[in-house]
Design a protein around this ligand. Structure first.
Ligand code: C5P
Length: 228
């Protein structure tokens, strides 16, 4: 059983306030995309990585990722994250029928153990995602008013990488596009088909870097670990 990853890095990252696509913004001196690709590269069960970047950054990304052993291809992304994942699916080798992981370059601090646990759970159960339990009490709001307190023990925050048998993810994605549904993650496409998705333990370190504050948090973490 082979496992390949699609690393999506084609977002503009406007909330980061940077003058370049978010994945190219350095974290403690290294572009987020490079950190994320190296993290995937270090996972022993992963056989290849397809990277999706803005069309005008393909050459830059190829150069940046020259040392990434498992890199297979760098392709152009689309208007939305969902379009970019679809482009990644189209770029997988023909006949590939293993497990595909979809990972956001915006989560560059993902641990190898987490990647491996998603791959193993996806091999066993066909679909698996990391989920982080919530620490805050969660409220439902309407017009700035608190309507209800939700049962925290039943809730969690979905992370990436998310792993699936490739045929299952393709079928779920095709249906979402046919139904004109906007997906915020891959698991949502399977939920719409009624297909089960296993949850494995997410991690606080695997935080999505969205704002300048997230970037500062990631930089101080890497610096405290002795990164340049
Ligand atoms: O914008 P958001 O934070 O949801 O992006 C999550 C991930 O999806 C990021 O790694 C971003 O680069 C990627 N993305 C993409 N193509 C888009 C939009 C987002 O590859 N059109």
């Amino acid at each position: 059983m082979k496992a390949l990853a699609i690393l999506v890095a084609a977002g503009r990252g406007e909330r980061m306030g940077a003058d370049q696509p978010k994945a190219f913004v350095p974290v403690a001196g290294q572009p987020m995309l490079l950190l994320a690709a190296r993290a995937l590269d270090a996972a022993p069960s992963l056989d290849g990585i397809v990277v999706v970047v803005p069309a005008d950054r393909i050459a830059d990304a190829r150069q940046l990722l020259g040392g990434v052993r498992a890199l297979r291809d760098v392709v152009a992304g689309g208007e939305t994250r969902q379009d970019s994942v679809q482009r990644g699916l189209e770029a997988l080798p023909p006949g590939f029928d293993g497990v595909v992981l979809v990972h956001d370059a915006a989560r560059p601090l993902v641990e190898v153990d987490l990647i491996e646990s998603v791959i193993q759970a996806a091999v066993e159960h066909d679909a698996a995602i990391p989920v982080l339990g919530l620490v805050d009490t969660v409220k439902r709001l309407r017009d700035d008013r608190v309507v209800e307190t939700l049962d925290r023990s039943e809730l969690g925050a979905a992370q990436t990488p998310q792993g699936f048998r490739v045929a299952l993810l393709r079928r779920a994605y095709d249906k979402a596009f046919r139904d004109d549904v906007v997906l915020t993650d891959e698991a949502m496409a399977l939920e719409r088909l009624g297909e089960p998705v296993m949850a494995v333990k997410g991690s606080a370190r695997n935080r999505k870097l969205t704002t300048p504050e997230d970037l500062a948090w990631a930089e101080s973490l890497l610096l405290s670990e002795g990164h340049p």
